[in-house]
Structure formats: structure tokens, C-alpha cells
Design a protein around this ligand. Sequence first.
Ligand SMILES: [Cu+2]
Length: 159
Amino acid sequence: MRSLLAIAVAALIALPAAAHEYTLGALKIAHPYSRAMPPMAPTTGAFFAISNNGKTADKLLGASSPLAASVELHSHQNDNGVMRMRQIEGGIAVPAGATVTLAPGGLHVMLLGVKQQPHAGDKFPLTLKFDKAGEINVEVKVEDGGAMPMQHDGMKMPQ
Ligand SMILES: [Cu+2]
């Protein structure tokens, strides 16, 4: 009993230390994370915030990861009450002085054809490609987020 409690407390202490960030030119990429998914799920999402501290607008053009066959930039749109994911054409704009947040239910990086679902506590590499700032490799931390399955191509989100 006592040891179980100790493990639980240790897990709680370990979680908040997860914040991590990266700098690429005028861009700051804060806390890339993902949510643990069921083992057989073919997709997962990656989320982070991009701050542009420069004087020129930039754009997230795309991403890649050895974890997935392909990676797309997606948005969620409310289409007559049904949340649908759409691929964003032309990239995600990051205006000068702005912070753009990718989060579950909104803008996200979608990993398709995931070779092996990572578990909570795992990390996986993700390369982000920006129009002006170039490329950066970040580590995505997988969190236990009560995994809401991310569905694709106009499928209904479970309510
Ligand atoms: Cu998506």
C-alpha cells in the first residue's frame, strides 16, 4: 500500500516538469506534446505554441517524423455541428509578434500511418519546417491525456 502511494506521488511530481521549448531565429516553439492513443490507432496529433518575436511574418509549412508515414497540418472546423478535420493548404501563418497555439480540438500537426503508437511518457522526434526560419527538430512528449481518438477525413468526433 505504502509503496503504491509512493509511486503515485512520484508520477505526479514527474509530470509538471514537462515544459520544454526551442528557439529558431525569431521563433520560439513551446512544449511540443502529444496524447497517448490506443495501441492500434493509425494516427496521433502533436501540439505546441509558436511565438514569433521577429518583425517578419513566418509560416509553418509542414512537418515530418520517423514515427509516421506522413505528417499533415490540420484544422478542426465546425461543419453544421460536426467537427471535421481538414488539411491546411499553404501552411499555418505565424504573424510577427503573434503566438499561434496548436491544441486538441483546433490547429494540430497530424501524424498519419503511425508505425507504433508511443506510450505516455515516451518522446518522439518531429521536424518542423518554416518558410523563413527553416527547419528545427523538436522532441514531442507523449502525455496521458484521456485520449480522445483523433479521427480523420470528415469522420464524426465522438461526443
Ligand atoms: Cu487531424
